[in-house]
Design a protein around this ligand. Structure first.
Ligand code: DMJ
Length: 455
């Protein structure tokens, strides 16, 4: 499947950000700006490496060496470029040792830094790579930046300071953390919106899915990648998860555990496909949890994995919808037409993989195999893999996009699910939110700033 996705991108979309597998041409979205940055190449590199597809990896490396240029007049998403490009380049560097990836990651990081020039130091959502001018999404509440965007920079930025010896990256993300620590949280919950000019929360919406998700993930992973020395991050994670459990996690009438969305004091009984990553996060955070509740969190992870599997199993295609409800008679099923699509997302498979690593219960491989077969049957087209618009229809139509995260995450997590645990052991590697593995840093001192010991 990886060969099919890559070869078709190579043939029809090379250098473009993504592939339209039916039109057989390049594709892009506004998150990558208006330039051809080869997002699929950068996102796919470490998956190619891990799978032993070395010729393809070399081709990708050559393209990056010769063509990847960040001095372009293009307005990109700081978050997306960080998780896919900086994360992808750093993982490729750590796995292969090829300097070019480190050099490109550092060049790109320099282009993102102007996004932090706001009155509060909370970065803009978008930055122009040439002019350095930043701004926020027009749709975000009260001109706000997004929690899951400015809160998902930590892992990559700490690695950048570690690799370059320049504390600037570390200082930027620690400043965000300190600011968040000082703020009041309604019901102990972090709202999804924060205004970078005023430093005030926007609408009081909280989500473990879109707009919130990877912020919580990076608190936990900051602790893990510091060799469990960054106890401040662990505490923030524990506090956040306790509030989430209290206010957002419920059991449906049919006994399915779900994570809802908090909207101004009201719980919306709806869960997104994106939220399904949290099963894996709970399992990953079980060890080291407060009051020794490891068993509880592993169980919670298993319950979320089960619910998300049900969201797949209750469809015609056996692929999960973008969002599903637990309301009235509805359980784990999408209601609105515009929530019935599947765009090759990884989160459910990601959770199967973490649950597999922590329990070795064969049902997770079984569920992963079901998803593999469904993707291969319904999303494979002759020009690559495409998302589908309605998972409840027996004759689905295609969205004609092969997302770069399909190669970075979905196929990587599937490959890992059927591999031995000694391939990228979780004691040594921490996966960024785009599934790019970064090594645990064994630092004598957790404070990178001004620490002469790091290289
Ligand atoms: C990916 O880019 C990342 O996993 C991100 O954290 C959330 N969305 C997509 C995949 O669905």
């Amino acid at each position: 499947m990886m060969k099919h996705a890559w070869d078709n991108y190579r043939q029809y979309g090379w250098g473009h950000n993504e592939l339209k597998p039916i039109a057989r041409k390049g594709h892009s979205t506004n998150i990558f700006g208006n330039s051809q940055l080869g997002a699929t190449i950068v996102d796919a590199l470490d998956t190619l490496y891990i799978m032993g597809l070395h010729d393809e990896f070399r081709e990708g490396q050559e393209w990056i060496d010769k063509n990847l240029d960040f001095s372009v007049n293009s307005e990109v998403s700081v978050f997306e470029v960080n998780i896919r490009f900086i994360g992808g380049l750093l993982a490729a560097y750590y796995l292969s040792g090829q300097e070019v990836f480190k050099i490109k990651a550092v060049q790109l990081a320099g282009k993102l830094l102007p996004a932090f020039n706001t009155p509060t130091g909370i970065p803009w959502a978008m930055v122009n790579l040439k002019s350095g001018v930043g701004r926020n999404w027009g749709w975000a509440s009260a001109g706000s930046s997004i929690l899951a965007e400015f809160g998902t920079l930590h892992m990559e930025f700490v690695h950048l300071s570690y690799l370059t010896g320049d504390p600037v990256y570390y200082n930027k993300v620690m400043h965000i953390r300190k600011l968040l620590q000082k703020m009041d949280r309604p019901n102990g919950l972090y709202p999804n919106y924060l205004n970078p000019r005023t430093g005030r929360w926007g609408q009081h919406h909280t989500s473990v899915g879109g707009l919130g998700d990877s912020f919580y993930e990076y608190l936990l992973k900051a602790w893990l990648m510091s060799d469990k020395m960054d106890t401040e991050a662990r505490k923030m994670y524990d506090d956040a998860i306790e509030a989430i459990e209290k206010h957002l996690i419920r059991k449906s009438n049919g006994g399915l555990t779900f994570i809802g969305e908090w909207k101004n004091g009201h719980l919306e009984r709806k869960m997104g496909h994106l939220t399904c990553f949290a099963g894996g996060m709970f399992a990953l955070g079980a060890d080291g949890s407060r009051d020794d509740k490891a068993g509880h969190y592993l169980q919670l992870g298993a319950e979320i994995a089960h619910t998300c599997h049900e969201s797949y199993d209750r469809t015609t295609l056996k692929l999960g919808p973008e969002a599903f409800k637990f309301d009235g008679g509805v359980e784990a099923v999408a209601v609105r037409q515009n929530e019935k699509y599947y765009i090759l997302r990884p989160e459910v498979i990601e959770t199967y993989w973490y649950m597999w690593r922590f329990t070795h219960d064969p049902k997770y491989r079984q569920w992963g195999w079901e998803a593999t077969q469904a993707i291969d049957k319904y999303c494979r087209v002759s020009g690559g893999f495409s998302g589908v618009k309605d998972v409840y229809s027996s004759s689905p139509t295609y969205d004609d996009v092969q997302q770069s995260f399909f190669l970075a995450e979905t196929l990587k997590y599937l490959y890992l699910l059927f591999s031995n645990d000694d391939l990228l052991p979780l004691d040594n590697w921490v996966f960024n939110t785009e599934a790019h593995p970064l090594p645990v840093l064994h630092l004598a001192n957790t404070t990178l700033s001004g620490n002469p010991a790091y290289r």
